[in-house]
Each structure stands twice: as structure tokens, then as C-alpha cells.
Design a protein around this ligand. Structure first.
Ligand code: BT5
Length: 262
């Protein structure tokens, strides 16, 4: 992957600016700084390797060279989009899941809020960050990491959740630049539908563990248990507790609840 071939693969995608790095600390950090210095809507940061890739809650995201996609897209929310900040979250996950489906015979799932699972294992992680000026949402950065070859997957002992790569599945995969272009094309297409119920329905159709009992681990809070019902129009997870109440979850890690667990 190099800047020239990236530019040629992205020629039909509405990317307004591109910064490519063979190695960088984190594409999200670069995108956030760029956003603060005037990055236009659709500015894209891509790296072959990240030395300090980040997950949520400052967890680490591993990107080794030649094995993965790591990129961050800056979006400038329109006034209508500002009303639905929670809905930027599924844009990337839906785009990756649909791209993966088109490259494999499997159906990718979305583990709320936006991990993409293939065969029940994590293929892609997404970190959504925002840049504010006072109370005004200035920009949203959607950071996406996708494991393409088995070498991208960190050793099991470093993982909170089992992981996989696209090449772990049968079939051959196109060049990285092409996969990136496919994901971005779908992301921009879903963006047009950000305030439509169609987006929520597509998200729900791919929701992992729907109808099953899960545990939600939330930083500094008690574990919540319940049955996954779906997502709300604002992007929260809808959960039914043992008492039969519906609760809406805004953040956390979802895990399938082991059978027999109290
Ligand atoms: C995420 O966080 O899954 C969000 C990851 C976002 C990464 C992208 S890459 C481009 C952009 N630049 C960045 O710096 N970040 C974004 P979370 O749900 O918190 O999951 C983090 C956990 O995933 C870690 O604690 C590990 O257990 C696991 N992990 C780390 N690297 C992985 C990999 N390559 N594949 C699968 N799991 C991984």
C-alpha cells in the first residue's frame, strides 16, 4: 500500500483529503488534530502500521504492517446529523459488515455498539471520537481497524474477546486499497440514511446475540444482565432485565451470558 495506489483506488469516493503514513502512533489522533486545523468533511487518514493504536477506554488496538486496514475518517456533521450523534456509530460497522459479506460466504454480525464479528470473532473494531468547540460538535472521527491476514490478530492472551481475520475464511481477498474503497463507498451511502429507520433496521438485523441473554460490563459500574431486544432510534442498546423491564444502555462491553449463570 502506498499513497499513489490509495489515491487511484479512492478516485470515485468522496474523500476530500488524504494523509497516508507507513507508520503512525494512531490515525485517530492524527485525524483529531487535522479536524482542529480545518480538515474538510471526508478527510481521511490511513496507516500501514500503528504504534499506539487505541480502542475504547484507552485500550490498545494492534495494527501490524501489511496485515490490516487502519484508517480514520473526519466528518463534519450537518445540522440534521448533529441531532443524531449516536447514529455515526453504526455507519462504519454496517459498511464493514456489508463489505465482508460481499467478500465471503458468511454473514458478518455487529456486536453493539460497533464491533464487527465474523464467525462470532472480532474482525473489526471502531473508535468513534468527537471534536467539540464549547457545546458545539465540530467534527466526528470514525476510526476503523480491520484484520485482513492472520498476522493481524494479536495473541489470544492479549485479547478481551476472540478475534479473527478476513483471510481466516475461505476465499481470496482483493488488495487492501480496494477493500478500503468498498468500505468507504458503503459508509458514505449509509450516511445519506443516517436519520432513517432503515439504518436502525439494518443494524438490528445484524445485531449479535439478539434475543439472547448477555452481560454488559460498564466501566466503574455494576454488571448489567438482560436479553438483547434491539437498538433505539438514538442508537442505545435495548435490554430486557430479569424483572421484565426494558433498559437502554449507552455504553459498555457486551458479552454472551454463559448458560446456567445466575
Ligand atoms: C475497539 O476498541 O475495538 C476500537 C478499535 C479501533 C481501532 C481503530 S484503527 C484506526 C483508528 N486509530 C486508532 O488508534 N484506533 C482506531 P475496544 O472495543 O475497546 O477493543 C479493544 C480491545 O480489542 C483490546 O483491549 C484487545 O483486547 C482487542 N484488540 C486489540 N487489537 C486487536 C486486533 N487487531 N484485532 C482484534 N482485537 C484486538
Amino acid at each position: 500500500m502506498d499513497e499513489k495506489s490509495l489515491r487511484s483506488h479512492l478516485s470515485s469516493i468522496p474523500v476530500s483529503g488524504l494523509r497516508y503514513f507507513d507508520r503512525i502512533a494512531s490515525t485517530n489522533d492524527e485525524a483529531l488534530i487535522w479536524a482542529e486545523h480545518g480538515a474538510l468533511d471526508g478527510s481521511l487518514v490511513v496507516a500501514d502500521e500503528q504504534t499506539a493504536g487505541r480502542g475504547r477506554l484507552n485500550r490498545r488496538w494492534v495494527t501490524v504492517p501489511g496485515a490490516a486496514l487502519a484508517f480514520s475518517l473526519v466528518l463534519r456533521p450537518t445540522p440534521a446529523e448533529v441531532e443524531h450523534p449516536g447514529l455515526f456509530s453504526p455507519l462504519g460497522a454496517l459498511a464493514v459488515a456489508e463489505t465482508v459479506d460481499s467478500l465471503s460466504n458468511l454473514r458478518a454480525e455487529i456486536k453493539w455498539p460497533n464491533d464487527v464479528l465474523l464467525n462470532g470473532r472480532k474482525l473489526c473494531g471502531i473508535l468513534l471520537e468527537a471534536s467539540w468547540l464549547g457545546e458545539r460538535l465540530q467534527a466526528v472521527v470514525i476510526g476503523i481497524g480491520v484484520n485482513l491476514t492472520p498476522g493481524a490478530v494479536p495473541p489470544a492472551q492479549e485479547l478481551l474477546f476472540p478475534a479473527t481475520s478476513l483471510e481466516d475464511q475461505p476465499g481470496s481477498i482483493p488488495p487492501r486499497e480496494q477493500i478500503l474503497a468498498m468500505i468507504l463507498a458503503r459508509l458514505f451511502a449509509w450516511r445519506q440514511k443516517i436519520n432513517l429507520v432503515e439504518l436502525i433496521h439494518a443494524w438490528e438485523r445484524r445485531l449479535a446475540y439478539r434475543g439472547q441473554m448477555v452481560r454488559i460490563e460498564q466501566a466503574g459500574r455494576e454488571v448489567l444482565a438482560g436479553r438483547v431486544l434491539g437498538v433505539t432510534a438514538g442508537g442505545e442498546l435495548r435490554l430486557q432485565t430479569a424483572a421484565g423491564d426494558e433498559v437502554q444502555v449507552t455504553a459498555g462491553d457486551v458479552r454472551l451470558r454463559p448458560a446456567g449463570e445466575e
